[in-house]
Design a protein around this ligand. Structure first.
Ligand code: ADP
Length: 443
């Protein structure tokens, strides 16, 4: 500052001196005054020009284009340029943070919608686009209420209590493909809200399945238990002759057996769900396994169809299957067991094995039984699904056999194929992939 004042006085002095030297004849004093005034005017003019250039630059607002100025304005311009650069850097950092933050919100498995104080959409991520069918560009600044018209959500939003979430059907939900969304609003900033959405379809389905399962198991156990306790009461209260006593005890044993089978099947299912996948390097001899199932089928047949059923086995070649012998036996035996139970006396049952030209192994059980209507086929592997309830129960079925078969098939990478027509018998096949089938070393 002192230097600048000194320069100003020097400039004035030079002006005065020049005036004094150039106009000494008229009046040296006047000459000096004129010189000083002229120097001041020049100083002010130069300063004004610099100030003007600075103003023009500030109006443009581009820190890169700062004019190179000397003097007071030069320093002011310099300081302004530095301030602007600092601000620009801060802005760049903030913008980067915002971009990273939005990228994190994009990566969220939940739908995220930012809503301004007026209830308009400010931003939404891709998951929200999929959940609500929004258009991330077009729907910005649209009223959320115009796009999400579910009455329960409207009431929830208006109610103002956002401590819990609500579940609504997704806008793209249909009867064949239901979608359930859990929505929750969170307040933030000044009057702003954040809408989070979660797809809970699978969760709700699993919960419904669990409820159904518990209800089904309870029902399946309650029926034989009621019958058993009825017989126990009868035996306690009535004086029965020996023949009647034996008859009642046989019926009680039958009900106890029914509960036992149910518990065994439930345990098999839970083991299948909870245990690690069967190994792919343990090889099971197919012919032996199928012969074993056929033999067990014949034993069952002698009990359920004393007039006889014809059970045949056809195994092409000598093959081995990779997997768990216990699981494979359980699945195959279940298919044979069903064929025997549902095929009337004198009917025929066939167990087949072949390896197709692509190397896939096919195990099939076909029967000449009543067959199944097409509408039931997709549901046969559901737990406790039965086409004919009384027939299944009378023959000792639990409704879990095909669910076990399907599980075992899945765990071995196999497909369960069912072909059946009413009056034309049924054919249940497990098709094993190439990698699980090999020619037997003995062959
Ligand atoms: P269940 O213990 O009742 O036999 P499954 O899961 O093994 O239960 O079979 C489901 C239903 O599929 C059975 O109740 C029956 O109605 C039908 N079913 C299964 N196998 C056959 C078959 N070979 N012939 C006719 N119907 C069958």
């Amino acid at each position: 500052m002192t230097w600048r004042a000194l320069r100003f006085f020097l400039f004035e002095l030079v002006g005065g001196l020049l005036g004094y030297l150039l106009l000494p004849l008229a009046d040296a004093k006047l000459g000096a005054i004129v010189g000083i005034v002229a120097a001041s005017a020049l100083w002010v003019l130069v300063d004004l020009r610099r100030g003007h250039r600075l103003l023009v630059w500030l109006r443009l607002g581009d820190s890169q284009q700062a004019p190179a100025l000397a003097g007071l304005w030069g320093e002011a311009g310099d300081r302004m340029r530095r301030l602007m650069r600092g601000r620009e850097q801060q802005l760049a950092v903030s913008e980067n943070r915002l971009v990273e933050f939005l990228a994190a919100m994009q990566a969220s498995p939940n739908g995220v919608v930012l809503i301004d104080g007026g209830g308009r959409i400010e931003w939404c991520n891709q998951t929200a686009v999929e959940h609500f069918g929004f258009d991330a560009q077009r729907d910005v600044l649209q009223h959320l209420g115009n796009l999400l018209r579910d009455p329960s959500f409207t009431a929830y939003q208006a109610g103002g209590d956002y401590s819990g979430d609500i579940v609504i059907p997704g806008p793209q939900s249909s009867t064949s493909r239901p979608v359930r969304l859990a929505l929750q609003l969170h307040r933030y900033g000044e009057g702003r809200t954040l809408l989070l959405s979660r797809d809970v379809t699978a969760l709700e389905q699993a919960e419904a399945m669990r409820r159904d399962f518990v209800a089904n198991v309870s029902h399946e156990i309650r029926t034989p238990l009621t019958v058993l306790s009825g017989f126990v009461e009868t035996l306690q209260n009535l004086r029965l002759d020996d023949a009647d006593r034996q008859r009642y005890l046989a019926l009680m044993a039958q009900q106890a057996q029914r509960m036992h089978t149910l518990v065994v099947d439930l345990l098999t299912l839970s083991r299948l769900e909870g245990s690690p996948l069967p190994r792919a390097d343990e090889w099971v001899d197919i012919r032996r396994l199928i012969e074993q199932c056929a033999q067990e089928g014949r034993e069952l047949s002698s009990m359920v169809a004393p007039q006889g059923q014809q059970i045949s086995v056809e195994v092409q070649g000598a093959w081995e299957l990779a997997g768990s012998e216990a699981e494979l036996h359980s699945a195959m035996a279940n298919l044979v067991n069903n064929a025997v139970r549902y095929t009337p006396a004198l009917g025929s049952i066939g167990l087949h094995w072949l390896v197709d030209p692509q190397g896939q192994g096919e195990f099939c059980v076909s029967d000449s039984g009543p067959g199944i209507e097409a509408e039931h086929l997709p549901r046969l592997t559901e737990r406790f699904y039965r086409v004919d309830r009384s027939r299944s129960r009378d023959s000792g079925g639990t409704g879990l056999g095909l669910a076990i078969v399907k599980h075992v098939a899945q765990r071995h990478g196999a497909q369960l194929r069912i072909a059946s027509k009413p009056g034309q018998g049924s054919r249940f096949c497990m098709v094993f992939p190439l990698g699980r089938v090999r020619a037997s070393a003995a062959s």
